[in-house]
Design a protein around this ligand. Structure first.
Ligand SMILES: Cc1ncc(COP(=O)(O)O)c(C=O)c1O
Length: 371
């Protein structure tokens, strides 16, 4: 397989070579543990207790013998939190998207997808075999133009959007998406991976942020792996929808379910989030603080009142160079490049988190200043 070496060389020449970095000993400024819940003592204690009782793995898929009271309880808590009748767990956000979207639309149907949607949505759209129309990022006039011209030609239709976009931190306008869905008879799929625990006063997500409610035609997907500090994902909608997922979503049916201890830990994290909504407010304060200090230092920073605060450097080579300089100083801030973001739009994806002390922020900014 000599071709592999050549492929790798061509990736490296473009400064697009990816490597995994050992995190130990580094100060991490790019994780999605926004609310500092992944190491919360109550979460750890809960996980340890359930781990001793159930062991590590779940042993099978949810449809065989991998469904426990911890899965069920977490689904019920998440459904309540998202204001929907029902919820189904998946092994990860990637699995949730590639399982749910193709179960909702297939050949003869149509998908309308924001151009900056997460890669798992792009893959899900391809897998579905529905006709896909990509609308310009957050451009709802373009979306409506496509709906006007194309919707009527197909059977079922699904509009799909990240609620908080993972690499820019900007937010979809849910009221407009809902309105368009009603007008053009579409279903709406919102990926709330980065909205859960972040948007709304209580961190409930996009619906709370915009003062909206769930409606029958809406599916709300979210992950446990970001603000909830755990692992896995969920999809919320009606009871019938959940029943249908259990029968149709291939990544749920043919994949081992989450370990029970992970579910218990996520449920505890959700309980802490609901009990301590100050975390959500504090996250916004820290996000703004980081943004303002970077801007004052003259950096070009994208900020949309969310904890995703990319520092734009544009060229791939420069992004890699800054990342490597920071690594020498014990700081982990990943260079995000094509194909995660468009070519020539490389950035350092800084994220805000309740984990940072003021001293650490000062250290980080001092390191960045002299690069
Ligand atoms: C918007 C979005 N959707 C889905 C995913 C996939 O989630 P997971 O990491 O749980 O597979 C991610 C995370 O990387 C994401 O940012």
């Amino acid at each position: 397989m000599d071709w592999i070496e050549k492929e790798l060389e061509s990736i490296e020449v473009k400064n697009l070579y990816r490597k995994r970095l050992l995190r130990e000993g580094l100060r991490d400024f790019c994780s999605n543990d926004y609310l500092a819940l992944k190491e919360h003592p109550e979460v750890i204690e809960t996980v340890a207790k359930v781990l001793r009782e159930y062991g590590l793995g779940s042993g099978a898929s949810a449809l065989v013998s991998g469904y426990t009271i911890h899965h069920k309880r977490l689904e019920e808590s998440l459904a309540k939190f998202k204001g929907t009748p029902c919820c189904v767990l998946f092994g990860s956000g990637y699995l949730a998207n590639i399982g749910t979207i193709p179960a909702l639309v297939s050949e003869g149907d149509v998908l309308f997808s924001d151009e900056l949607n997460h890669a798992s949505i792009i893959d899900a759209c391809r897998l579905s075999r529905a006709k896909v129309f990509v609308y310009k990022h957050l451009d709802y006039e373009h979306l409506e133009e496509l709906l006007r011209g194309e919707r009527a030609k197909y059977r079922r239709a699904l509009i799909v959007s990240d609620t908080v976009f993972s690499m820019d931190g900007d937010v979809a306008h849910i009221p407009t998406l809902k309105k368009l869905c009603k007008e053009y008879h579409c279903m709406l799929y919102l990926d709330e991976a980065h909205a859960t625990g972040v948007l709304g006063n209580k961190g409930m997500g996009g619906l709370e942020e915009f003062g909206e409610r769930w409606d029958e035609f809406m599916v709300i997907m979210g992950t446990l792996s970001k603000a909830l500090g755990s692992y896995g994902a969920f999809v919320c909608s009606s009871e019938k929808f959940c029943e249908y997922m259990v029968n149709k979503a291939r990544s749920l049916i043919f994949s081992t379910s989450l370990p029970p201890a992970i579910c218990a830990g996520a449920e505890k994290a959700l309980e802490i989030l609901q009990r301590e909504s100050w975390r959500v407010r504090k996250l916004r304060e820290i996000s703004y603080h980081l943004y303002a200090r970077l801007r004052n230092l003259g950096f070009e920073v994208i900020y949309h009142n969310t904890p995703i605060i990319p520092i734009m450097v544009y060229t791939e080579a420069k992004a890699v160079q800054i990342r490597d300089e920071l690594l020498k100083k014990g700081i982990l801030l990943q260079a995000i490049r094509y194909p995660t973001v468009p070519e020539g739009k490389a950035r350092l994806r800084l994220t805000a988190s309740l984990r940072y002390s003021e001293e650490e922020i000062n250290l980080f900014l001092d390191a960045l200043k002299v690069i």
